[in-house]
Design a protein. Sequence first.
Length: 635
Amino acid sequence: MFKKFLFSMFLFCSLLFAQEDVFLSLLLKPEPFISTPGNTTVITTEEIEKSNASSVVELLEMKKGIFVKDSSGNGTRAEVDLRGFGETCSSNILVLVDGRRVNNVDMSNINWRAIPVNQVEKIEIIYGEGSVLYGDNASAGVINIITKKSKESGVELSLKYGSFSTRDFSVDLSKNLNKNLFLGFSFNNLYSDGFRKNNKFAGNNFSVTGFGKLKENIQIYSRVDFHNNEFGLPGFLNEDDYEKGNLKETYSPEDKAQTPFDFNFQNIFSVKTDIGKTDINLNYKNRTSKTDWISWFWFDTRNTNDYQVTLRHSIDTLLYDLPAYFQIGADFFNSKYKIESFAEEERETKLQEQEIQRTTLGFYFLNKLDLFHNTNLTAGIRTEELSDNFNSSEKVSERVYSYQVSYGWVYRKKLNLSLGFVNSYRFPKTDEYYSVFTGLNRTLKPQNNYQTSLNAKYLVDKNYSVAVTFFNMDIKNEIFYNPVTWTNENYESTNHRGIEFETIFRPFRFMNGTLSYSWTIAKLNYGDFKDKEIPLVPKNVGSLVLEFLPREYLSLNLSTKYVDERWFGSDFGNVQGKLDSYSLVDISIVFKKNMLSLKFGVNNLFDTKYSPNGYSGVFYPGPARNYFVSFGYRI
C-alpha cells in the first residue's frame, strides 16, 4: 500500500509551486519564508479556508512529519506527534496561540477545541528548534497558531451541518473604531453526536479582540477568550469488536468529561524606539475541568490558574558594517494547580486532594548575523530554572541550559542551505513527578535533546519550491512511563532520526497542490530494549493535497493521508504486534464569489477502518465516512 501511495505522490515532484510567505515565530521577526534558518512551514489562510478540517489538529496532520493520535474520535483527546515521541508526544511539542503558551503543566492533552478553525489566520510550524526562544516542551518543535485580526468593519456568518448530527455555527464581528484602533468579537457553537456511542461533543467559544496603535511607536493587542464544553468518553474497543467492524460500540456508555470554565486573557504591548523594539506579553488563564470515569468509580475536578509574563527586546543594527539582529528576553511562568478526587459523581465525599505550584524563570539571548557572500550565522543560549511545590511539603528544583547554532547560505533569494545544532529540553510534567499512589519521584530528571539538522529550501519561481531536512536527535534521559513499575522513568539514551520533505507545485494554471513526506526512526539505545523501536511511531507518513480550479470562483479539492504501521503503545519489546497502516481520502467542492462561500465535502471517502492509537488488544477507531455542507457570508 505504501509503495503505491509513495509512487503516486512523487509523480508530481517535477511540477512544483511556491509562495513567498512571511514567517514570524523562529526569530520573532517577520522575514520571507525562504530566508528563515532551519526547517519551517506555514499553513496559510487559503489552505485553511479550502480544507475539510473541523479542528486545528486536522489542519496539522496534513503537514510533513506530523502524526495525530486521537483516542476520543471527536478531537478532545487528540495528540500531535512530531519526530517520533510516541506516547509522550504532547509533552515534547510546544503549542502557542499568538505567542501564548497553551501546554498544560500536567500530562493532560491540549484543549484543541478551544481554538476554533474559523478564528485561525495561519499556523507556523518550527521543526526541532525553539527552546532558546520559548523554553520547556519545545523538544520536537513549536506550533504557533496565529488568530485573525480584521482591520475592516463587517459581520461574517458561517454555518456547517454534517454527519453524526454535527452543527457548527460561527459569527464574527469586526469594527474599525478609527484609523488606528480595531475591535473584534467572535462566537462559535459546535455540537456533534460523534460517530461512536457516547461520543457526543458540545462546546462554545467566545472571544473579544482589540488591537491597534496608541501612538505611532506604540502598538497594543488584547484578547479575552472564554470556552466551555462537555463530551463523552467512549473509550477503547477490544480486538474482537474492532475486527468485526463494531466500531461504534462502547464499554463505558456513561463516562464523560466537561470544561465548564476556561478563561484566557492576553495583553501585548510593543514599543519601538531608537534603541530597538520592546515587547511585553502578559497572560492569565483560569480553567476548571471535571472527569467522571463512572466505569472506574473515579471522579475528579481540576482547577488551574496560570500567569505568564514575557519580556523581549530586539535590535536591528550593524556590527562591523554587517547587518545584525539581537534579541534578549525573559519568561516568567507560575501555575497553581489543584486536583480533587471524589467517591461519587455528585462530589460530596472527597477522597484525595493535591495542590501543586510550578514556577519557571528563563533568560535568553539570540543573535542572527549576516556575513559575507550571502551567509548568515544564528546563535542563541537560554537558561531556565524550575521550582515545583507539591502539597506545600515536597519540593523539586531544577536548572537547565539550551543553545542553538546554525550556519546558512542564501543564494539569490532562491536557495537556502543551513546546518544547525540545537540542544533542547523538557521538564517532567507535574504528574510525572508526583502521584498520590507513589509519592514524589525524586529520581526523575529533565530530558535533554541534542539535534543536528541539514536543511535545504529551493524556490525556482512562482510555480516551484521544495524543502528537505535530514535530522538526527540524540536524547539523554528521555522520559517514559514504565507499565511494569507503574512509574515514570528516564531512559538513558534514545535516538530519533529521519527525513522531512515538502513541495508545493503548480503544473497548470488550473491546478496546484502540496506534497509532504517524512521518514522517522526512533529507537532505544540502552538496556533490555536496546535497538527496539519506540512504540506508536510510524516510519513513513505522507500526504498529498490537490486543488483544481475550473473557474476562479470554484475549486475542487482532494487530499490523501498515509500513515505507516507502528508498534502498539507501551510495547517497548516490540513483541505484541503492530497497528495497521492506513490511507484516508477527503474531497470537497468550494464555491466562493464576492461575499458568499459554499462548501460540500466528504471525509474518509472510501470508509476506511483505522485506529490511529492502540495498545495490545485495544483499539481507538477513527471516524467512518462522513459528509458536511457549509455556508458563509460576509456583510
